[in-house]
Design a protein around this ligand. Sequence first.
Ligand SMILES: C[S@@+](CC[C@H](N)C(=O)[O-])C[C@H]1O[C@@H](n2cnc3c(N)ncnc32)[C@H](O)[C@@H]1O
Length: 290
Amino acid sequence: MAKQSKLNNRRGKPADARRLQPTKRVKSTAPTDRRSAPTDDEHADEFVFGRHAVAEALREEGASTINKLFVQSGLTSEPVEAILASAKKKKILVSSVPKTKLDLLSDGGNHQGVLVAMAPYAYATIDDLFANAEAAGQDPFFLVLDNLEDPHNLGSILRTADAVGVHGIIIPKHRAVGLTGTVAKLSTGAIEHVPVARVTNLTSTIKLLKDRGMWVFGTAMNGQDFRQWDAHGAVALVIGNEGKGISPGVAKQMDATLTIPMVGHVQSLNASVAAGILMYQAFTSREAVK
Ligand SMILES: C[S@@+](CC[C@H](N)C(=O)[O-])C[C@H]1O[C@@H](n2cnc3c(N)ncnc32)[C@H](O)[C@@H]1O
């Protein structure tokens, strides 16, 4: 693709070379109160509950490991206010829920009106992703997942991403599936090798990637045939939500849009299938000698 030479000119300076992989959390902040979750509710599979345990978890862990704080609706007391202030300081999402929800998530435990959902894997930063590429001695190859909701899709995408040497995946913090136990299982170990960064605003993160010299490719039904895609250079591939596709704000940031041609009766492919096909096109073209 002609644009590739432009891409190479725009390439930014990579961050410091430090290989980074998502680390499985082993430290328990509240051994007596932590239990496995009964479901994949709220994209986490471990919960810490009870005022003391939650306060301690908030003190020791950051937004990279705590997915969300749940507080019983209408509960106001000094310890709860302190917990809320601590969550706000660490930019952790807070959700006000009925007591029955906390009863369910804590499996009938003594939650005292507060519970935090913990990510089973720590998230990386954008700098970590660049450092991962640099450590591999390669131009960065990232995936951006625009509000994927299905853990099966994220697990499957991680698995293919590992296979083709993706240096990192970027997901939004809100309204999207994160690194859960289900995702880890479906990734068949790939979650250990592909760093995932979780960001507050995908649009501004994509602007930042472009400022750092990346060429950003969207995916939709009205783009260029993906078989022409030469993914040499620093590239990010954006995959859209299962129902809505790529959101309008993110779509505006794309340097080009790729389409996998379809001749059948359905309107689009499953997100992880499309991601797999596109990742392999990137892999094949990046491997090819120019
Ligand atoms: C199930 S599709 C979303 C369909 C959505 N209704 C739309 O109009 O975009 C989920 C994502 O998979 C990718 N995708 C699916 N089929 C594709 C195709 N034929 N070409 C390119 N990307 C595709 C895109 O990233 C899309 O946003």
